[in-house]
Ligand binder design. Structure first.
Ligand SMILES: [Zn+2]
Length: 316
C-alpha cells in the first residue's frame, strides 16, 4: 500500500492578554492568562485523539510561575514546543536584526526554562516575517520557520479586524501589514528552502491554504463556516484536502485556542467574535476535522517533518 502524504498540526498558544492587546482592550499589560483552563482542556482532547502537535509559545507567558506549571504539561505529555516570539507583536517585519535577535533569544530562553525543551521552530505573530528574522533563526540553529500564510485575503481580513477593534490611528498604522499583503498570495504553498541572503538557508513550512484558490481552511475558518452550515464546512474541508492530495501538498494545519474552547469556559473573552459557540460544539468540529485529516494523511511532528524534508532535499 502506498504511504499516506504527510501532515503536521500546530497550535499558536495566544493567551488571553494577546487577544485583548490585539483588540485594543485595557488591562492586557497585566498579562491575564487562561492557561489554567485552556491547557488541561486541550491536552485531554489531544490525548483522546492520540495526537501529538506543536505548540508555539509566547516568551512572555513563560515568565510567571503559574503559567510555567501548565506549559510544562505540554512537553510532559509528549508535544513539541516552538517559539512564537517574546512579546507577540505583529510587526516583527519592522524590527532591526538586533531587535529581532533579542526577541527570539529571550523567548527561547524562557521556553526552555518552562518546558525543558529548546524550540527548534518559529512562527511570527500575525504571520509577520522578514529576511532578518530568517537569518536570526538560521544562525540560532532553527530547523524551520512557519510564519507565512499564502492567501489573497490578508488585506480583507485586516480591514475586518480594524472595523471590529477600538484601535487608534497610530495603533492601526503599526499593524498595517497584519495578516500580510495581497502579494502574500503568490508565495509558495508547499514547504521550501528560503534563502534570506549571506549564503544562508532555512526551511519554510507555510500554513496550508487551499491549493490553487489560496483560500484559508485553518480551524478558525472551519468553525466560522460550520456556524453557517455544518454541511458546507464538511464540503469545504473535503475540497481543501482533496486539492492537497491531488497537488501533493503536505498539510500544515493551524489551530488557535479559541477554536477549541468557548465563552462558556473562558468567560473573560465571552464577548469575542465566535465565543458564543460552546466548547462542546467547537470540540465536535475539531474532532471531525482531525479525523478527516488522519484518514488521508500521516500526521507527524513539525521537527520530524523538517528532518525528513532536509534529508530528501539535500542538494536543493
Ligand atoms: Zn499568535
Amino acid at each position: 500500500m502506498k504511504n499516506k502524504p504527510l501532515a503536521t498540526i500546530s497550535l499558536d498558544l495566544d493567551n488571553q492578554w494577546s487577544y485583548m492587546k490585539i483588540h485594543g482592550d485595557e488591562g492586557w499589560d497585566r498579562y491575564p492568562s487562561y492557561f489554567d483552563i485552556f491547557i488541561p482542556h486541550v491536552l485531554d482532547i489531544l490525548d483522546e485523539l492520540n495526537l501529538k502537535i506543536t505548540f508555539f509559545i509566547v516568551g512572555r507567558d513563560a515568565e510567571s510561575e503559574d503559567n510555567r506549571k501548565y506549559l510544562r504539561m505540554i512537553t510532559d505529555r509528549g508535544h513539541e514546543v516552538g517559539n512564537h516570539s517574546y512579546n507577540h507583536e505583529s510587526w516583527l517585519q519592522s524590527y532591526s536584526y538586533e531587535e529581532i535577535e533579542k526577541e527570539i533569544i529571550a523567548a527561547e530562553e524562557v521556553i526552555l526554562k518552562a518546558t525543558g525543551k529548546i524550540p527548534r521552530g518559529f512562527r511570527g505573530p500575525g504571520f509577520s516575517w522578514s529576511n532578518d528574522m530568517l537569518k536570526v533563526l538560521e544562525s540560532r540553529g532553527y530547523l524551520f520557520d512557519a510564519s507565512t500564510l499564502p492567501m489573497y485575503l490578508g488585506p480583507l481580513a485586516r480591514r475586518y479586524y480594524f472595523m471590529k477593534s477600538d484601535l487608534s490611528k497610530d495603533e492601526k498604522k503599526a499593524r498595517k501589514e497584519l495578516f500580510g499583503k495581497f502579494s502574500e498570495g503568490f508565495r509558495k504553498l508547499k514547504p521550501y528552502f528560503f534563502y534570506p541572503g549571506d549564503g544562508r538557508k532555512i526551511l519554510e513550512i507555510p500554513v496550508t491554504t487551499m491549493p490553487l484558490l489560496k483560500l484559508p481552511f485553518h480551524l478558525s475558518y472551519l468553525i466560522y463556516i460550520n456556524n453557517i452550515s455544518a454541511l458546507l464546512m464538511k464540503s469545504y474541508l473535503g475540497i481543501a484536502l482533496s486539492l492537497c492530495r491531488i497537488t501533493r501538498t503536505p498539510v500544515s494545519f493551524l489551530l488557535h485556542p479559541l477554536d477549541i474552547i468557548g465563552g462558556d469556559q473562558i468567560k473573560q473573552l465571552a464577548f469575542f467574535p465566535g465565543m458564543n459557540v460552546s466548547s462542546d460544539a467547537k470540540v465536535r468540529v475539531f474532532r471531525y476535522v482531525i479525523m478527516s485529516l488522519m484518514k488521508h494523511f500521516e500526521i507527524i511532528s513539525m521537527e520530524n517533518y523538517s528532518k525528513i524534508y532536509q534529508n530528501e532535499n539535500i542538494d536543493s
